[in-house]
Design a protein around this ligand. Structure first.
Ligand SMILES: Nc1ncnc2c1ncn2[C@@H]1O[C@H](COP(=O)(O)OP(=O)(O)OP(=O)(O)O)[C@@H](O)[C@H]1O
Length: 314
């Protein structure tokens, strides 16, 4: 554990009916950090968040949050964390203000303190002008913003967000990003899970990459991108991609990985431009009617392919 760690996860595993959903995962989250757990569906991100929120018991390992053990001190932990789950847990027939008041009372707020806190949070998530509308007329992104406000009612010093931008319109996404950054500037430590690279790239100070229950890399965005080195990605789209084309491309010297997903072929390779002509020749020879072909600069998607051999968006 480092001195400035607020969350420590040591050799954490979680097994469901014999299936290892999380296996030997260790990391620290620093006080005041925005930390991202990035990985495809099923990587084990929600399982880790559920353990950190004391909703699920680990099979093995140890987790502490601000010095409290998740298995022994759940009551203390719940006072200092706020949780924004993937599923929206709000009453759609009530207005935003009524929803917030409902949850505020559960947290023991009342009177002026409650009213002031609700107004402050509505302002923070940018929904003051819609606060007296019922949630049934809200977009998915607006509901998510109210869910964030609910998680913040008791002023937690740590905020967990499970997939904060999934199913969210671009305007709400920007607002959610702004809210997370504002909270962080005020000292809140943030842990978010995501399979959206944009979330990780725009928000996170450090990113842990997960795949199939294991941690495969952990660093700053810059540090992670260095791991890719000279690797590029060539993306080919076509209505039909003959398997033999992928097999032949895989034989090219500098090609590291080839993944075909529907009408899209992703090729991970070293110094992509040098092999581009050869790849086009193979595609033409196999009768592929190429709709587009693109070389992408290294990003988290490239890194993910580089580390795991599979695409992030499955
Ligand atoms: N209650 C459960 N019983 C059995 N298996 C489970 C249970 N919950 C999750 N799993 C399995 O554990 C693995 C990890 O799931 P988890 O939800 O933690 O992944 P994730 O990375 O958060 O993905 P998603 O974004 O889809 O939630 C998956 O294979 C999932 O099917």
């Amino acid at each position: 554990m480092t001195d400035d760690a607020i969350i420590t996860v040591e050799d954490l595993s979680k097994q469901y009916d014999g299936f290892m959903a999380v296996e030997g995962v260790s990391f620290d989250i620093k006080r005041g950090e925005i930390f991202g757990l990035l990985g495809p569906n099923g990587a084990g991100k929600s399982t880790i968040i559920s353990i950190l929120c004391c909703l699920l018991e680990p099979t093995a390992g140890r987790v502490t949050i601000d010095g409290f053990d998740v298995e022994k001190n759940a009551t203390d932990i719940k006072k200092i964390i706020g949780v924004v789950p993937q599923e929206i847990s709000l009453y759609y027939t009530l207005t935003a203000r009524e929803n917030l008041a409902f949850y505020a009372k559960i947290y023991g707020l009342s009177g002026k303190a409650m009213k002031d806190r609700i107004e402050e949070l509505l302002d923070m998530v940018g929904l003051t002008d819609r606060a007296d509308d019922r949630l049934e007329g809200y977009s998915g992104g607006m509901k998510r913003r109210i869910n964030i406000a609910v998680a913040l009612l008791h002023n937690p010093r740590i905020l967990f967000l499970d997939e904060p931008s999934t199913g969210v319109d671009p305007q709400s996404r920007k607002r959610i990003y702004d809210t997370i950054r504002d909270l962080n500037r005020q000292g809140t430590t943030v842990l978010l899970t995501t399979h959206q690279m944009e979330d990780a790239e725009k928000l996170c100070h450090r990113i842990a990459i997960m795949d199939k229950g294991k941690l495969v890399a952990l660093d700053t965005l810059q540090g992670l991108l260095k791991l890719v080195g000279e690797s590029d990605i060539i993306q080919v789209t076509s209505k039909e991609l003959p398997p033999e084309a992928a097999d032949t491309i895989q034989q090219i010297d500098k090609v590291q990985k080839v993944a075909v997903d529907g009408g899209s072929m992703t090729i991970g390779l070293v110094r992509g431009r040098e092999s581009l002509a050869g790849i086009i020749d193979i595609l033409i020879a196999s009768g592929t009617k190429v709709e587009s072909i693109q070389i992408k600069e290294p990003d988290l998607e490239t890194l993910f392919l580089h580390l795991t051999g599979t695409r992030l968006r499955r």
